[in-house]
Design a protein around this ligand. Structure first.
Ligand SMILES: [Zn+2]
Length: 538
């Protein structure tokens, strides 16, 4: 008994008190990484705001021959604004109660939005045949033309006065729900049904069959592709059911690692990504460079995130590092976002080409986790360590691929089933949920617990976002597949990272011989899961 009790006490201790030598105390973002002092930041921010106001007044009436130079000025101003965003973000991550930094950050974002909106409006006035003369900003002008709202004036008014505020109230009401209350499921169902109805009407007013189809197109995907991918994942669902039966067993966690050991493990696993990638990652993870913060503690945001900036070192902040393999995997993921941004900065494409569909960002980051967990399993020095890493690899892959497929199938069915019908009720949502997950589950109760779908907050807060996770998984397993066989992988992958988003996603992925609709990608992932499960039985 006393022994058990001691173990319990140790487990309950705050994480920071456990491994004395994790080395995380030294891991802090340097306060002078972006500005020499707070006073210098403030002075620069004030003069930048005045510059934004002058530009916003100048842009709408800018003469055609003045546009190229003006676009360069807007670009430089955007880069400068982002450096302030990064600095202020760092302050709010380090101290959640810093209201002044939060308000200043909001003001900088507002300046950036004003600049964007004004510029987009001006670019729409550029006649199509003059767009090529804009050089590196030509694609931005094309996107501005494509983006024109297709709503009728009436539909636009309805959208502004009804749809958008109602969506905000639905997300807020969801936030107030107590999951344990008996009344919560019917209320959640009616919130969800109202949201779906609003979204579908809004999409139909724009000429789409439903809101799901609209969202998929905005992500450079299509409903036909989603159906193909879901069918491909469903065809391999047996491996997920086998995995579920296996999860009852759980190997003991190996000893926690110090930051130095974690760093070495990460860098070793990234060997297939090339020397440039690993040396950049090494620099990010070196506390002496003041670009990473792992210290945790009171007042600090509990999150993992990279801090985006275009003309200074990218930084990375994470509060959950405890030396466990799971937390090292998160470092590989979040640090991957930072290094991706760094490569885009080195690539030097215009700022508008350094953002794109979320599933690509996430796919690159999840790929890092697969590399890490696979490497940890292959190089573990004890049977327990090998089993633990193998289990974590399996959990990661099955969660990203199969749980995401369930969620995407569920949300898509909700939106397609609701078109042209009365809003869904709780029984209908429960039924659609049950049908959507049935192919993937090894055992399914007669009646589903509504709380299972109620807890998926993105359904209520960011409609149709979940599909991003499915394609992030597809991209990650595709890269993991290519890295095993492509001898030129490192060079091609680096080229891809540097390009940012200078082309459509299809073209970007084609440069790695990846096609999202290729069913073999899912087959290969399922085969890999089977092999890993066989490793566990040895
Ligand atoms: Zn991420």
């Amino acid at each position: 008994m006393p022994k058990l009790r001691l173990a319990w006490i140790l487990a309950a201790l705050p994480i920071a008190a456990l491994p004395q030598s994790t080395g995380i105390d030294a891991a802090r973002i340097s306060p002078t990484l972006y500005f020499p002092s707070a006073a210098a930041e403030l002075e620069s921010r004030n003069s930048l705001h005045a510059r934004v106001e002058r530009l916003a007044a100048e842009i709408p009436s800018a003469a055609p021959d003045a546009l190229p130079a003006l676009l360069d000025t807007v670009e430089q101003t955007t880069i400068a604004l982002q450096r302030h965003s990064a600095y202020l973000r760092m302050l709010t991550l380090e101290d959640r109660s810093d209201q002044a930094a939060r308000a200043a950050g909001d003001a900088v974002s507002a300046d950036r939005s004003v600049l964007n909106a004004t510029l987009t409006a001006r670019l729409r006035q550029v006649p199509r045949d003059e767009i090529p003369s804009l050089g590196r900003y030509a694609r931005l002008a094309e996107l501005a033309h494509e983006d024109v709202q297709t709503f009728s004036p009436d539909a636009q008014r309805y959208r502004t006065s009804v749809t958008l505020p109602a969506m905000g109230s639905i997300a807020a009401a969801y936030g107030q729900l107590r999951m344990g209350d008996e009344q919560a499921p019917p209320v959640a169902a009616s919130l969800l049904a109202t949201l779906i109805d609003l979204q579908n009407r809004d999409a139909i007013a724009q000429g789409y069959p439903n809101a799901a189809a609209r969202k998929y197109l905005s992500l450079q995907l299509s409903d036909a592709l989603i159906q193909k991918t879901l069918a491909a994942v469903e065809a391999e669902a047996a491996v997920h059911r086998e995995y579920q039966l296996l999860t009852a067993r759980k190997s003991p966690a190996p000893p926690r690692m110090s930051l130095d050991e974690a760093r070495r493990l990460i860098l070793d696993s990234f060997h297939p990504l090339g020397a440039d990638y690993t040396s950049r990652f090494a620099a990010l993870l070196d506390p002496a460079n003041g670009r990473l913060d792992l210290t945790g503690g009171n007042h600090r945001a509990r999150t993992g995130t990279s801090i985006a900036v275009y003309d200074a070192p990218v930084a990375f902040f994470y509060t959950g590092f405890d030396g466990s393999l799971a937390s090292i995997s998160t470092v590989a993921h979040e640090g991957g976002h930072a290094i991706h941004r760094e490569f885009m900065n080195v690539g030097g494409h215009p700022i508008y080409q350094r953002s794109g569909p979320n599933y690509l960002f996430e796919g690159f980051a999840i790929f890092n986790e697969l590399l890490l967990l696979d490497h940890a399993a292959r190089t573990a020095t004890t049977p327990e360590g090998k089993a633990n890493a193998t289990e974590q690899f399996l959990r990661k892959l099955s969660h990203e691929l199969f749980d995401s497929a369930e969620e995407t199938a569920f949300e898509r069915s909700l939106y397609t089933a609701a078109v042209g019908h009365a809003p869904l009720d709780r029984a209908a949502v429960d039924r659609i949920y049950r049908e959507s997950i049935a192919p993937y589950e090894s055992s399914l109760p007669e009646a589903v617990d509504s709380r299972q779908w109620m807890r998926k907050s993105l359904l209520f807060e960011d409609p149709l976002y979940l599909v991003n996770y499915l394609y992030a998984a597809v991209v990650a397993v595709a890269l993991f597949d290519r890295v095993q066989t492509d001898h030129d992988f490192a060079a091609r992958y680096q080229t891809l990272l540097r390009r940012g988003f200078d082309a459509d996603t299809d073209a970007l992925l084609a440069s790695m011989d990846i096609r999202l609709e290729d069913p073999n990608l899912v087959k290969a992932a399922a085969a890999r899961m089977r092999a890993k499960m066989a490793d566990l039985h040895q």
